[in-house]
Design a protein around this ligand. Structure first.
Ligand code: PEP
Ligand code: MG
Length: 747
């Protein structure tokens, strides 16, 4: 078995570095490398295979195989031994390659003479660039030392590729981070945007993968790990950590103090890597493990290790979050994930947001929605691929992201944005007109809001009021409970901005996915059906009462409308209303002004409430149907779960029948009824809701125009007849019938 010393590796890396430094074209540089590696490893063959596209590898340089096969021999991901390395991201080391399972004979390369084969992935933090192979005639397995050495070389190749060493004319290989890429994610917020990438956490650039003096590098890495350990310990000592934060930091501490982690990095440094490259090599290994671990808990721990590697890299390179780069015009934020407060800080200057993780119901998504910024979540791999300033197109409607798109795609995308702008202009001309159908039915259109910043849309959109003001954002974006006085100021400003138009303030709806950073999280098996919304408010009335006081102070004698979320039975409404009445009494006794007119309403979000006693419908001043939650409970389909979320159509005739039942329950008592879930803002859904008897819809400001345009163009009783017929025909949903009818109308 071949002995291989660390100094052999260091010598090889130095020679590679010289290649990197020489003035040459990309392919010329690449051509020199296999010879150096084969020479150092004592093998007849060394070949570099790189990805042509996401699933094709191409032989890009070789020593020992037929040179004429370069840029000709290709294989699919998973095909042959090279394809297997690329797919599994694990080395293949065999003494008898031709008899190895999956071996593919490539006659044009002349490789049939070579018996032993060692292939390792060329990868760099989450990005697989290709496969490095050494082969020899003698049938022997490569030693552990040799395998480590080849892995270190592969790492340096990855870094060199990243630095653009092999790119350029005639290289047959596109430079990294230059090709157009399409990411298929999930819609977080609809809308289209064109702009330039702005990375929330810019990647660390390692410019020196190879180092001359291992001792200096070892000193550097030990010092950096020391700083890291202290910073993690400090974080752990910080007060006000909740259970989850503590668990994450404990895991950080465990990794930061792990001897194995440091030892592996030191071994790689001994083989010639710089401290930074050694961290990245470990990080790459972690990432490929991350891909393969099915256990969610373990995956999270590996994610912690990945975060820790990033911190270590920043300590080593001195590259902080702030790289000094100027934010481009039309910035589109790209991040793994982002908290609501950070996103809010960027505010409306962002044209779009793309998250690698995130979820449709995350706090960041709530903020993006409130800011009306197109958002795509689950864009896998985007943070590795995108560089600051890259051209980016965000298609929030389809959940697609085009990075560095070809001109043809950009052009058609621009057409789409222009068409939307054109339509918006048309809608603007309807702004001051009522949403009255052809047969004279007037539908009141209101908007949903959650931030002070939303209020200017009230005038621009033509909304007749705010049908839902979500109050939780002010609680979510702070790291401590807001004070009554602070909230009163904010609510007063909202009322001022509404200029007398009604605003329905919904009391705090937390729990489920919306967990306050400063409240003890509850480990609940099923948080959407757990201790949330009014249930928290009634069990711990302190915050509810404080919020009601803030609203009363803000109104200061003006009209006030308040509604409670997730009321599931009459008793809960009576209790919540009781709190409000008591607060009014208290305010009056303190000599404060009480609202001239007070409306206390209910969100109907659980089917049970539709069957409450008549007394409930008499007592509540209004009902607002929270369709997002109601639909999830009606169909027992989690609104956050991509798999089931879209399975049931809002126009399902059972659901429409249920909504009609609610309309019918309200009618005898004249209880005002509205619908404020996301569906109200979708034109066909809005039409169906109006057709079954809803007269007030509350939606995103941007939806008011399209909904109004459609409502004004149709005859509501005819739409109703279409729905009735679909039901009589035994259809599951009214959608096809309505679509067909609209198409026939030329809509
Ligand atoms: C709803 O459930 O439809 C609703 C409007 O409330 P939220 O989306 O804030 O839960
Ligand atoms: Mg809800």
């Amino acid at each position: 078995m071949a002995e291989r010393s660390e100094s052999d590796s260091r010598k090889l890396l130095r020679r590679l570095r010289d290649v990197l430094a020489m003035p040459a074209k990309g392919q010329d540089r690449l051509d020199r490398i296999p010879h150096l590696i084969a020479d150092s490893m004592g093998t007849e063959v060394c070949s570099i295979y790189l990805f042509r596209d996401a699933d094709t590898l191409e032989l890009c340089a070789t020593e020992g195989l037929n040179k004429s096969a370069v840029h000709k021999t290709r294989m699919k991901l998973g095909e042959g031994l090279v394809g297997r390395v690329a797919r599994t991201l694990q080395p293949v080391n065999t003494a008898d390659a031709p008899n190895e399972k999956g071996f593919r004979f490539m006659p044009e390369t002349g490789e049939e003479f070579f018996s032993s084969f060692l292939g390792v992935p060329i990868q760099r933090v989450g990005e697989t660039l290709g496969v490095l192979v050494v082969q020899s005639k003698v049938a022997r397995a490569f030693s552990e030392d040799e395998m480590d050495a080849v892995e270190v070389v592969a790492m340096v190749l990855a870094e060199m590729t990243e630095l653009g060493a092999f790119a350029g004319d005639g290289s047959g290989m596109a430079a990294l981070h230059k090709q157009p890429l399409l990411f298929r994610g999930t819609t977080g917020q609809e809308g289209a945007a064109e702009g330039r990438v702005w990375l929330h956490e810019p990647r660390v650039i390692v410019t020196n993968p190879v180092a001359d003096d291992p001792l200096t590098e070892i000193d550097r890495i030990r010092a950096a790990v020391g700083v890291l350990r202290v910073s993690v310990d400090d974080l752990l000592e910080a007060e006000s950590l909740d259970k989850d934060q503590k668990a994450v930091l404990e895991a950080y501490r465990m990794f930061a103090h792990s001897r194995g982690w440091l030892r592996r990095m030191e071994d790689d440094i001994q083989r010639g890597l710089s401290a930074e490259a050694a961290v990245e090599k470990e990080q790459s290994a972690t990432r490929s493990r991350l891909e393969q671990v099915p256990d969610a808990y373990l995956r999270e721990r590996l994610q912690d290790l990945d975060d820790l590697s990033n911190r270590l890299l920043r300590i080593l390179t001195g590259q902080g979050q702030d790289t000094g780069a100027a934010m481009p015009d039309n910035p589109v934020l790209v991040a793994r994930n982002i908290g609501p407060a950070e996103l809010l800080e960027y505010g409306r200057k962002l044209k779009g947001v793309v998250l690698e993780d995130g979820s449709v119901g995350s706090h960041a998504a709530v903020v993006a929605r409130a800011l009306s910024i197109p958002l795509v979540v689950h864009a896998k791999g985007i943070t590795t691929e995108a560089l600051n300033g890259d051209a980016i197109l965000v298609d929030g409607d389809q959940g697609l992201v085009h990075l560095r798109a070809e001109e043809t795609i950009s052009r058609s995308f621009r057409d789409k944005i222009a068409m939307q702008a054109e339509a918006q202009k048309r809608y603007a001309s309807l702004r001051d007109l009522p949403a009255t159908t052809r047969d004279g039915i007037r539908i009141e259109l209101q908007m949903n809001a959650g931030l002070m910043a939303d209020l200017p849309s009230l005038v621009g959109s033509g909304a007749e009021g705010v049908g839902l003001f979500r109050t939780e954002l002010q609680f979510l974006i702070r790291n401590k409970m807001p004070q009554r006085a602070e909230l009163a100021v904010l609510y007063a400003r909202v009322m001022d901005a509404a200029k007398g138009r009604p605003v329905a303030f919904r009391t705090l709806d937390i729990g489920s996915d919306k967990v306050l950073p400063y409240m003890k999280p509850n480990d609940e098996p099923n948080p959407a059906m757990g201790w949330r919304a009014i249930r928290v408010g009634l069990d711990k009335p302190g915050v509810l009462r404080m919020q009601l006081q803030a609203l009363l102070r803000a109104a200061a004698g003006r009209n006030l409308s308040v509604m409670f979320p997730l009321i599931s039975e009459f008793g809960e409404f009576q209790e919540a209303r009781g709190h409000m009445l008591r607060e009014i009494h208290r305010e009056r006794s303190l000599g404060h002004k009480v609202p001239a007119q007070l409306e206390i309403g209910t969100m109907l979000e659980t089917p049970s409430l539709a069957y409450a006693p008549d007394a409930f419908f008499q007592m509540t001043d209004y009902i607002s149907i929270g369709g997002n939650d109601l639909k999830q409970f009606f169909f027992a389909a989690d609104r956050e779960n991509e798999r089931v979320r879209k399975r049931y159509d809002t126009l399902n005739l059972s659901f429409l029948a249920f909504l009609e039942h609610v309309v019918a329950r309200c009618a005898p008592f004249g209880t005002k009824l509205s619908f404020c879930g996301e569906d109200a803002g979708r034109p066909i859904e809005a039409l169906a809701l109006a057709a079954i008897g809803l007269r007030r819809l509350s939606m995103r400001p941007a939806s008011i125009g399209p909904v109004k345009a459609l409502l004004r163009s149709i005859d509501l009783s005819a739409a109703r007849a279409v729905i009735d017929k679909a039901r009589a025909d035994g259809a599951e949903t009214a959608r096809p019938a309505l679509m067909e009818w609209l198409a026939a109308q030329g809509e």
